[in-house]
Design a protein around this ligand. Sequence first.
Ligand SMILES: [Zn+2]
Length: 441
Amino acid sequence: MRTVFKNGRIIDPSQELDVVGSVIVEDGQVVDLGEDIEIGEYDELYDCEGLWITPGLVDLHAHLREPGEERRETIKSGTQAAAAGGFTTICCMPNTSPALDSPSLVDFILDKAASPEAGGIFVQPIGALTKGQRGLELADLAALKKAGVAAVSDEGGPIQDASVMMRAMEFCLQLDLPIMVHSEDLNLSEGGCMNDGPTSAMLGLTGIPRSAEEIMIMRNGVLALNTGCRIHFMRISTWGGVEMIRQFKYLGAPVTCEVCPPYLTLTDEHVGEFDPVFKTTPPLRTEIDIDILMQGLADGTIDAIASDHSPYAPYEVEVPFDEAPMGMSTLESTLAVTLTHVTHKGRLSPMETIRKLSTAPAEILGLDAGSLMPGHTPVAQITVIDPNLEWVFDATRTFSQGKNSPYHGWSMTGKAVLTFCGSEVYRCAHFDEERYELALP
Ligand SMILES: [Zn+2]
């Protein structure tokens, strides 16, 4: 089986490659790419004129909710949403029910993700750092690593006790297992439902101070510096957090970090209508935070863009703001929001955009993804993007079961139009059928 992606702008940060040319896939693997290459015979041809051909997008941070919370999302619906959003590899967070703290649950997720009815993309489980995500006793990390987790995380139950976290880091260093940290001091954030500031005061809602995040970034950064354990800061939201991580990197701490599009596009003022889709953790901040986060992306302090896809069932979010759960359904909007509000506004080049959405996240966790180089990944992972496609995001028409998107009705410029993973292909409705040819036998 020979598949040709012809005449597109190939953007591959793993090779610093940005040329107009073709990519050839044979039996599920990239075998050649570049300008002026011989296309030869083919079984399938995609005409990518005016489109980008990039390594499949990689998401470091998604909640697939299975096992135990299938009312919100399943591995099937979540991977279909990921494919529609241009992702070929996604990492799923361990705060399921039960928490992902045993090898048998890792096997369960890998089996479900590989089943024919799933979205045809790769799911990389992230293990629970502590038993039951309770933040007290370490899970069997060696067994989790053996079962195939790429990292462990305290997402959903951030470890409060610094001595427990230090022990965890010392242990993970021995295992060469990165920790993905959710930085939140639960005493400072207790009872809060939005950013603490003039808007929360005006609305009469309890605020979460930025210190709740920054104190934990400082603590975790200091522990990483002193233990040498690799730490990945998830979904940072404050300008102070960016400055601290910049300093930790300068000091040589083995840290990386991600930002999620809502923190680049929305502020606490969006909460003004008490709409629960604007409730998330950490909370939406302010314009100054957006500005510094954008600078951090551009100067490399922020390594990756992740979705923090957090779907909920409709009945869970149709409640008063202060009772609503925290999180947003974002797998199908992450690329489009990034292109529209970061790339097209000149904050990141196309190359840097793809680096943050594919090559860098793959490198952070050492995943087989993020590159079009022949032989780099066991199977080809390719995303074709129309950078200029104008469309309107409709949360009611997503693959994700979670319709809790803050971007419903937003105009977008740019979309993944084709996601190719091995032999599985997702083609979005916007992909022009005339661009697709099947060679006749
Ligand atoms: Zn999350």
